[in-house]
Design a protein around this ligand. Sequence first.
Ligand code: MG
Length: 250
Amino acid sequence: MAPDQGKPGYDDTPFLPDGKYRVHDRSRPQPRIVAPGTASTQDKAGRPPADAVLLFDGTSLDGWASMDGSPAKWKLENGCMEVVPRTGNIKTKAEFGDCQLHIEWAAPIVVKGDSQGRGNSGVFLMGLYEIQVLDCYDNPTYADGTTAAIYGQFPPLVNACRKPGEWQTYDIVWVGPRFDGEKLVRPACVTVFHNGVVVHHCAELIGRTTHRQLAPYVPHPPAGPLVLQDHGDLVRYRNIWFRPLKGYDE
Ligand code: MG
């Protein structure tokens, strides 16, 4: 008896365009089982999916470093970390590429400054491409610098900010750029949910992040660190994890 005989499905249906499996193919591998996590509340971070790689679970900064490789100098307190102004950006020791990334942050409870000066930080994918972190609750700034903007390129589709001090989430699906030697073969593409609201949908990045300029892509390896920005404001982070993004049947 053929090994797949008796499994649910068919072996007399048309082949799908990739020529590998048929429609409802009984021999197609089952999806891996992943126990899903739980949602966060304002009081408590949720539990990540079972196969997530934890980058920050509130207990230690061991997975992080300053940009020069020395220990991260941000403050660890009450299950979250907080920017210590002028200690610099921090990066994960882990390097990764295409992924699902979850990150939670809160703008300072004490509101001060305006525009780009209010609760500014940032999530730099692969250390190069910034999803803006900013307190844009009743705080206008230039559109492509708004909370959850792909900084300097695309404003978010909507402003889904919570009040300063409240925990907010970014859920990001990141597909890094592809290079063939010096040549860009495919730009990076990102989908972002801010507090569960879609704010970017398959946005194709123009290049790496800069300020007041346009910067082209510069070839880089397929994996890089996650970097969080010290912009001088007391932004907090908690519950940061990623899952490598794989293809079907993997
Ligand atoms: Mg920023």
